[in-house]
Write a protein that binds this ligand. Structure first.
Ligand SMILES: NC(=O)c1ccc[n+]([C@@H]2O[C@H](COP(=O)([O-])OP(=O)(O)OC[C@H]3O[C@@H](n4cnc5c(N)ncnc54)[C@H](OP(=O)(O)O)[C@@H]3O)[C@@H](O)[C@H]2O)c1
Length: 259
């Protein structure tokens, strides 16, 4: 039996991806931090969609967590043919004000967990091809973003890592897709950012359900990128025409709304 493994599956975009995949009759392994939510979601999806839905709780920022998750799937005999690296977090603020716990957690989750899970599961994806890898970056990965400096940088890493892997894995039947969502009201941090962001920030907002549906569809159809929302795609195209100094000024002004 083939499985789709989704990290960050208990909330927001990851949860909607799980629901979308279940409705396509895909079996699931849902991963999140230890709490009751992901187990309940797995039971609900299994019952509603008649799929196999397993769950695994762990803190992916902990040393060895990615390896343990991979080992658990092997021990259980779950053949993973779709890996979704979705768990990640963001935030705003002057870089110097972040404490080292925050800095380490962001690097460990957004960069290290994504990289290590991809590393462990590539042989499995090759073995179970045709297969899929979907990594969640952000619209923030398109340029340096003052006051979201680390977050944007981690997502630039995910972007380049994913697009490069797409070429490496092409010949093995592994379809690799990069997801770059814009503002999506999921957790309280993002909701407050959208609220404080003015009309421009609100205009391109999509629901987590729309983002997830678009991402899964684009991945299954072997597209390189999923940039949900016409307005996001248009603003990205327009941004390419602007000089870097203007883009930087716009980014700083927008970030000041959150201070
Ligand atoms: N929302 C946006 O506007 C937006 C925009 C661009 C990109 N993104 C990216 O999209 C992805 C999903 O974002 P979201 O807003 O949907 O997230 P979210 O609603 O905050 O949910 C985060 C998920 O990740 C899990 N998680 C958090 N820390 C974890 C850890 N250390 N180990 C294991 N699991 C962990 C959470 O588990 P618990 O529920 O158990 O805490 C939850 O399932 C992220 O990579 C984010 O950077 C989001």
């Amino acid at each position: 039996m083939k499985y789709t493994l989704i990290t960050g599956a208990s909330n927001g975009i990851g949860k909607e991806m799980a629901i979308n995949c279940a409705s396509r009759k895909m079996n699931l392994i849902l991963v999140s931090l230890p709490n009751e939510k992901v187990g309940e979601l797995a039971s609900e999806l299994a019952a509603t969609h008649s799929v196999s839905a397993e769950f695994y709780e762990c803190n992916l920022t902990e040393l060895g967590a990615a390896q343990k998750l991979y080992d658990w799937t092997v021990e259980k005999g779950f053949a993973v043919n779709f890996l979704v690296n979705n768990a990640g977090f963001g935030g705003v603020g002057a870089f110097e004000k972040h404490d080292t716990g925050y800095i380490n957690a962001m690097l460990d989750l957004n960069v290290k967990a994504t990289t290590l899970l991809t590393h462990f599961f590539i042989p499995e994806l090759k073995k179970n091809a045709p297969s899929y890898l979907l990594n969640t970056s952000s619209m923030a990965a398109n340029f340096p973003v003052p006051y979201k400096s680390m977050y944007a940088a981690t997502k630039i890493y995910v972007k380049n890592f994913t697009l490069a892997l797409r070429e490496e894995l092409k010949e093995f039947g592994v379809c690799v897709c990069l997801l770059q969502p814009g503002a999506t009201p999921t957790n309280q941090v993002v909701k407050s950012q959208i609220e404080g962001g003015g009309a421009m920030a609100k205009i391109s907002v999509l629901s987590a359900q729309e983002v997830a549906a678009y991402a899964i569809d684009r991945t299954l159809r072997n597209h390189a990128k999923a940039i949900p929302g016409f307005k996001n795609r248009m603003s990205l195209a327009a941004a390419k025409l602007l000089p870097s100094s203007v883009k930087m000024k716009l980014a700083v002004n927008s970030a000041k709304n959150y201070e």
